[in-house]
Write a protein of this length. Structure first.
Length: 182
């Protein structure tokens, strides 16, 4: 019998001083049976870092042709494609062709560094691609904050991120490996 997704209820408060975005999002997140708490929390962090009134969590791991998070215009045009992990060269190329802007949040320590060394030269032609690395220590810290019902507070200022759940506070420094247009 197939396992069912686990439902997480998340109240995500975002205070992004860099983009002047201050909003609380009530999210119902389905965690795929093969998804780890670490990946789930990276997904929520990626949502917070790109928070917008039209940003949506997608079906994620259960579909191959959708990103983990996307933002569509009112006319249905794909404005933002957010992927997690270490997508193949082909997936990166297809994503950049489908959306105005693509952001990949990679993680996994040495594995992510090896992935980036392998594909970075093939990404130079994409002016709409940003690649951001999250350190292993940061994502493992996020994983420890996961629970089925969370009030997550994310503060962003000068590229630094503070994540808090209850009394636990975690400071993160995402590293930009490729900036769109650069």
């Amino acid at each position: 019998m197939a396992q069912k997704s686990t439902i997480y209820k998340v109240e995500l408060s975002v205070s992004d001083m860099d983009r002047h975005y201050y909003e609380t999002h009530k999210l119902t997140v389905a965690k795929h049976p093969s998804e780890t708490d670490e990946r789930l929390m990276v997904r929520l962090l990626a949502f917070a870092l790109n928070a917008h009134e039209h940003l949506e969590l997608t079906k994620g791991l259960s579909t191959d042709d959708e990103p983990d998070i996307w933002q569509k215009s009112l006319s249905g045009e794909l404005e933002l494609w957010v992927a997690l992990g270490l997508p193949s060269d082909k997936v990166v190329r297809q994503s950049c062709g489908k959306a105005n802007e693509v952001i990949i949040y990679c993680y996994g320590g040495r594995t992510a560094e090896t992935w980036w060394d392998k594909i970075k030269n093939s990404t130079t032609r994409f002016d709409n691609l940003t690649v951001i690395n999250l350190s292993e220590a940061d994502t493992q810290g996020l994983e420890k904050l996961a629970s089925r019902s969370m009030k997550l507070q994310v503060n962003i200022q000068d590229g630094e991120v503070m994540v808090s759940v209850d009394d636990a506070i975690l400071y993160l420094t995402p590293t930009t490996w490729k900036d769109a247009g650069h």
